[in-house]
Every structure is written in C-alpha cells, then in structure tokens.
Design a protein around this ligand. Structure first.
Ligand SMILES: Cc1cc2nc3c(=O)[nH]c(=O)nc-3n(C[C@H](O)[C@H](O)[C@H](O)COP(=O)(O)OP(=O)(O)OC[C@H]3O[C@@H](n4cnc5c(N)ncnc54)[C@H](O)[C@@H]3O)c2cc1C
Length: 362
C-alpha cells in the first residue's frame, strides 16, 4: 500500500524487516521480489506518483569537471529515471568484468557468469522477450540484412557485430504501481526523503526521513537498502557522517569515485555506393538492433575499451528522392560533396545507445 509521509506522526520510529530508500528501477524491483517472502518492507520514495517541481528541485546540484546535468538526467518521483529511460538493453560483455591492464582500476569482484542466472528474470521485469541476450534465437528481423552488410564490408576479424534489445520502455512507477499498492508486505511512503543514514561504528542504526512540509520520522529495520540512483547513493553515504567524517563506508575514499555515463554522439557519416538492406530508420526502435563492435581479442591487442556503433539511415535522406540537393543534413559540406555524383547513400554512425532514438511508438 501507499501512504503519504506527511501522515506519519512526527518523531515516530517505524519498524520493518527491510527498509528500501528510493523507488526507482532498483527499489521497485527489490520490493516486488520480496513479495511473498514474509518479510515486512518499508519503501521510502522522495517524490509522488507524478513529477512535481518542488520534489525535482531536490536534485539541483553543481557539476564540475566534465559537462553533466544532474537536474535534467534524473527524475525524482516514483519510477525515477525509468520515467524517461530509452529502453536500450544488452547483457554486459564478459571481458568488461575482467581487469584490463590498459584501463586504470578496471576489474570487478564478480564475473559475467555471476549475473547469468539473473538475466532472464531482469528481462521479464523490463518486458523484454525471453530470447534477450541470445543473438542466435528467433527472428532477427532487420538484423539479418545489416549482418550481411557487416560481413561483406569487414574482412578484418577485429570487427564483429553485437545486438541491442529494447524494453517498451517499461516505466517502472506506473507499470508496477498496482503491485506495490496490493502487496500486503510493502508500505511505500511517498514524499519521504531519506536525509541521513544514522550509523554507529559503521553499522546502520536508522534511516532518518524528512518531508518538504517539515515532518520528520525514522525507520529501523533488520536490513537497509539504499536505492537512490547512481549519484545520489554516493552523495547520501558521503553526507552520513555519524561515525566517520569521510562518510559512511568511505574509509578508503572511493565512494562516488567511479561514476560514469556512456558516450552519446554521432561519430560521423558514411557514404556507401549502394544501400544497406534493412538499415535502421532513426526514431524507430525494433525488438533488436545490430551494431558494429570490436572483438575481445582486438580490444586486448589494441588496448582499447568496448564500443558499439549503430549504423542508421541518414535522417534527412529519402531513398525515393532522386534530387539529392534535397539532402539538408545541416548542410554538411562533406556529405553533399560525397553525394554530388548521385551514387552515394549516407548513413550516420552513432555511438550506441544514442540520443536521436529515445522513443518508439507505444
Ligand atoms: C535520458 C535517460 C535515458 C536512459 N536510457 C537508458 C537506456 O536506454 N538503457 C539503460 O539501460 N539505461 C538507461 N538509462 C539509465 C536508467 O534509467 C538508470 O540506470 C536507472 O533508472 C537507475 O535506476 P535506479 O533505481 O538505480 O535509480 P533511479 O531510477 O534514479 O531511481 C532513484 C529513485 O530514488 C528516489 N530518491 C532520490 N533521492 C531520494 C531520497 N533522498 N530519499 C528517497 N528517495 C529518493 C528518486 O525519486 C527515484 O525515484 C537512461 C537514463 C536517462 C537519464
């Protein structure tokens, strides 16, 4: 069930077996998974069912160094960033869990095989097809045409193709709201802001909660989960200094050090003498989409990271228009020069996932 946090008696201490702070993809999924476990769950979500400027303003932050907008990228209401995520999904490559000598601090304490048992469950939550991650399964649709093109173009065995799958994209707040409402184990408090992870000798003793209207209460639980999103998890730990001035769990000084985002750019335009059969149209996301990538062996040999390029039909080019002068392409001189002979077909090379295809119908 859902409860407004302002109705909790001020100064009270609520108790549950598990307290989850944050009702985004992680928090909602965990609360759903705990249904039927017999454990009582309190979920604390800062926002409500819908966006609200006052709640969203709590995400205001100053960003230094690389350009990043901490207000526009995050959404502070039930469902979190899934309220505007694009739905691109792909299992992580095994190589990217391994220490790679040419990438500082690389290597995870887990491997891809540790995650393998969970991908099918995660796919279901994201409403992906059961074949998620299996490039050999089922009808590959347009990918067959793109694959043929990849094979004809690249004799170099450093290059191969990979695939992306697409969630509808699932908006976790609206899609799973009823599950939380009907769950007998879960009480979800809305407009409940975790403001301090109270701790003693490095052990969490309470979640301290405040509302924008001035209510304050606490939650004590057998287990505490911080699911506030990538930036906010670190920020909350760093700000929770009851037992250490460096912040909770930050004795090594590493909390928040490894935040990263993906590139989101058009890398260039490619001019081919004949069209690619089944190339993707911008703005349309299908169930699966092929991309050019480097083999693990090539990444090791050339000491570079993983990257995938999606090849798309050029946004302004229409194959049925014989007059290539209609190609506007922001008047990019090089593209027009390439088209002058009337035999070139332009494709844009996007680092995947890319911004121009953030939505598909439905
Ligand atoms: C524009 C955009 C497009 C994206 N596209 C993709 C994509 O195509 N594929 C992909 O895999 N990923 C994509 N992502 C990333 C994806 O959305 C996130 O990785 C995912 O939502 C993270 O889930 P989360 O639960 O960790 O955090 P969030 O979804 O950010 O949820 C955090 C929740 O915690 C709440 N909260 C915050 N602070 C507090 C507090 N102090 N107390 C209580 N509650 C609090 C927030 O209101 C929010 O509901 C995209 C992200 C953006 C911004």
């Amino acid at each position: 069930m859902f409860r407004p946090a302002d109705e909790v008696p001020a100064g009270s201490v609520l108790r549950a077996d598990i307290c989850i702070a944050g009702g985004g993809a992680a928090g909602i999924t965990l609360a759903r998974e705990l249904r039927g476990s017999g454990a009582s769950v309190i979920l604390l979500e800062s926002g409500g069912f819908d966006p609200d400027p006052d709640d969203q303003a709590l995400y205001t932050a100053r960003s230094s160094g690389d350009r990043y907008d901490p207000l526009a990228t995050r959404l502070r209401y039930l469902g979190g960033a899934t309220n505007h995520w694009s739905g691109w999904c792909r299992p992580i490559d095994p190589l990217h869990f391994e220490p790679r000598g040419w990438i500082a601090n690389s290597g995870w304490p887990i491997s891809r095989s540790d995650l393998d048992p969970y991908y099918a469950r995660a796919a279901k939550v994201c409403e992906l097809p059961p074949s998620f991650g299996d490039s050999t399964a089922g009808d590959r649709g347009d990918n067959e045409g793109v694959d043929r093109w990849f094979q004809s173009l690249f004799e170099d065995d450093a290059i191969t193709s990979t695939e992306y799958w697409f969630s509808p994209p699932t908006r976790f707040g609206s899609r799973y709201r009823d599950d939380l409402e009907l769950s007998s184990e879960t009480t979800a408090y809305l407009r409940a802001n975790l403001v301090n992870v109270a701790n003693s000798d490095g052990r969490v003793t309470q979640f301290e909660v405040a509302t924008l209207d001035g209510n304050n209460f606490a939650v004590e639980a057998g287990a505490y989960v911080i699911a506030l999103g990538g930036i906010e998890n670190a920020r909350m730990l760093l700000a929770s200094r009851d037992s250490s001035p460096a912040g909770l769990g930050n004795d090594g000084g590493l909390v928040g050090r490894y935040f990263m985002d993906h590139f989101d750019q058009t890398m260039g335009t490619m001019l081919l003498t004949s069209p690619i059969d089944g190339a993707y149209q911008p703005g349309r996301l299908d169930q699966r989409r092929a991309a050019i990538t480097l083999t693990p062996a090539a990444q090791r040999e050339h000491e570079i990271g993983g990257i995938a390029l999606v090849v798309e039909s050029f946004p302004f080019w229409k194959p049925d228009e014989a007059d290539y002068k209609t190609v506007r392409a922001n008047d990019a001189a090089d593209i027009l020069r390439g088209l002058a002979g009337g035999t070139s077909v332009p494709y844009s090379l996007q680092v995947a996932p890319s911004r121009s295809r953030t939505r598909r119908a439905g």
